[in-house]
Design a protein around this ligand. Structure first.
Ligand SMILES: NC(=O)C1=CN([C@@H]2O[C@H](COP(=O)(O)OP(=O)(O)OC[C@H]3O[C@@H](n4cnc5c(N)ncnc54)[C@H](OP(=O)(O)O)[C@@H]3O)[C@@H](O)[C@H]2O)C=CC1
Ligand SMILES: O=C(O)CCC(=O)C(=O)O
Ligand SMILES: [Mg+2]
Length: 404
């Protein structure tokens, strides 16, 4: 009988037939979902011989939801993710400039999924744009609920931005003078809190400890944005020192945990050049929301692109989690059965590990490594792998299943 996943004493209780809500997604989402769900079911069947099975529950969001029920993000969808704890989603479109705000961000904020966890690793056989993609083995912990993604923006020409400018002019005249074109600007606000920073950094360090990683790097732009990004760095070190018994190295601020894990920091622009030139120096990365968004795509490109870039949005306290690829809806490829389902498949791998279904997770990796190793890949990897055979999205799913 299908049952809900629950949490007890901070540990997930996963039945053999868990109900997992999923959102198909916009654009290429349906193609990718159809391919991935077959791979997930095949992995579970092969790993557990019928003793475990997922009961998939479709919930609506995005264009499909709007067309069917007139809402972009129906309450029932949020309720399902709250109730069933763990789910998975395809990408959802966010218009640029005007229109609705991001549904992806809304889900993260509504469910308080404060960690956006994105592992980046190399698969043998892919020729990436860099010489040593195999040196990239990082896990990004991106803060997922605040920063400029909180969406506190005031549109140029609106009554609200006029009110805000009046307030700044009156209360903070020196700061207001620094606005270069006060008459013609919109304004965005960047909230970064101690609480939000510390729960993110705590999760990153706990992950590093549990997985035996070498270091945690706090990536920030604290030289320029001192009280947001700079504070992120300081509050991050505070967690390492006060909660994990770290000791400062040569007077700090770098520090070392009793088990040898180094907690260090780097300014974001330097980080983006060093991941190209010295990737082996970075391991677990903890960073703010916008930096994490840029870093995810940049690192994905280093190992073969966004077609194999998985992710998860997790609240490590409540247990709520929604797994999703790093990439978006790639609308030009919608319904062509063309794009790589690898990112969603690997997001499923993360999900299975989160559920404790490591055998099924291992099969997903085996299948993906097998298909890539045999040079039977979708268009994106075919561009990078000499003498490869280009497969459709659905055919790639078959190839992964065949190699499990
Ligand atoms: N979490 C989410 O739901 C996210 C949603 N979005 C949304 O998606 C929409 C489109 O965003 P856009 O900036 O174009 O970014 P996308 O990630 O959707 O696409 C950019 C490029 O990445 C490559 N790509 C994307 N997905 C795949 C895949 N599965 N396999 C292989 N290659 C892939 C394609 O490259 P090429 O052209 O080289 O073939 C594509 O043109 C926007 O509305 C955005 O807001 C964006 C990111 C995350
Ligand atoms: O919400 C969106 O449309 C974009 C989100 C995004 O780029 C990301 O989470 O990496
Ligand atoms: Mg992104």
């Amino acid at each position: 009988m299908a049952e809900k996943i629950t949490i007890c004493g901070g540990k997930l209780v996963v039945p053999n037939n868990p109900i997992l809500p999923f959102i198909e997604g916009d654009g290429t989402g349906p193609d990718i979902w159809r391919a991935s769900v077959r791979v997930f079911d095949a992995a579970v069947e092969k790993a557990y011989g019928g003793s475990k099975k997922i009961e998939w529950l479709e919930v609506l969001a995005g264009e499909k939801a709007f067309n069917k029920v007139g809402s972009w993000l129906p309450d029932e969808t949020l309720t399902a993710f709250k109730e069933y704890l763990v789910g998975i989603k395809g990408p959802l479109t966010t218009p640029i400039g005007g229109g609705i705000r991001s549904l992806n961000v809304a889900l993260r904020q509504e469910l308080d999924l404060y960690v956006c966890q994105r592992p980046v690793r190399y698969f043998n056989g892919i020729e990436s744009p860099v010489k040593r993609p195999d040196l990239v083995d990082m896990v990004i912990f991106r803060e997922n609920t605040e920063d400029i993604y909180a969406g506190i923006e005031f549109e140029f020409g609106s009554e609200d931005v006029a009110k805000l400018k009046d307030f700044l002019k009156r209360e903070f005249p020196a700061k207001f003078k620094k606005i270069r074109f006060p008459e013609s600007c919109g304004i965005g606000v960047k909230p970064v809190s101690k609480e939000g920073t510390q729960r993110l950094v705590r999760s990153a360090i706990e992950y590093a400890v549990s997985q035996g990683r070498k270091s945690v790097t706090l990536v920030h732009k604290g030289n320029i944005m001192k009280f947001t990004e700079g504070a992120f760095r300081d509050w991050g070190y505070e967690v390492a020192l006060k909660e994990f018994g770290a000791e400062k190295i040569d007077g700090g601020p770098w520090c070392r945990l009793p088990n040898g894990i180094v907690v260090k920091d780097v300014i974001a622009d330097a980080f983006l050049q060093q991941i190209l030139t010295r990737p082996a120096e970075y391991d677990v990365v903890a960073t703010l929301n916008l930096n994490g968004d840029y870093i995810s795509d940049a690192l994905a490109a280093q190992v073969g692109g966004i077609g194999i870039a998985p992710g998860a949005n997790i609240n490590y306290v409540s247990g709520h989690a929604i797994f999703e690829a790093t990439h978006g809806t790639a609308p030009k490829y919608a319904n062509l059965d063309k794009v790589n389902p690898g990112s969603l498949i690997l997001s499923g791998e993360m999900m299975f590990r989160y559920l404790g279904w490591n055998e099924a997770a291992d099969l997903l990796v085996k299948g993906l490594e097998g298909a890539i190793g045999a040079r039977t890949v979708t268009y994106d990897l075919a561009r990078l792998i000499p003498n490869s055979t280009e497969l459709k999205c659905s055919e790639f799913a078959d190839a992964v299943i065949a190699k499990m």
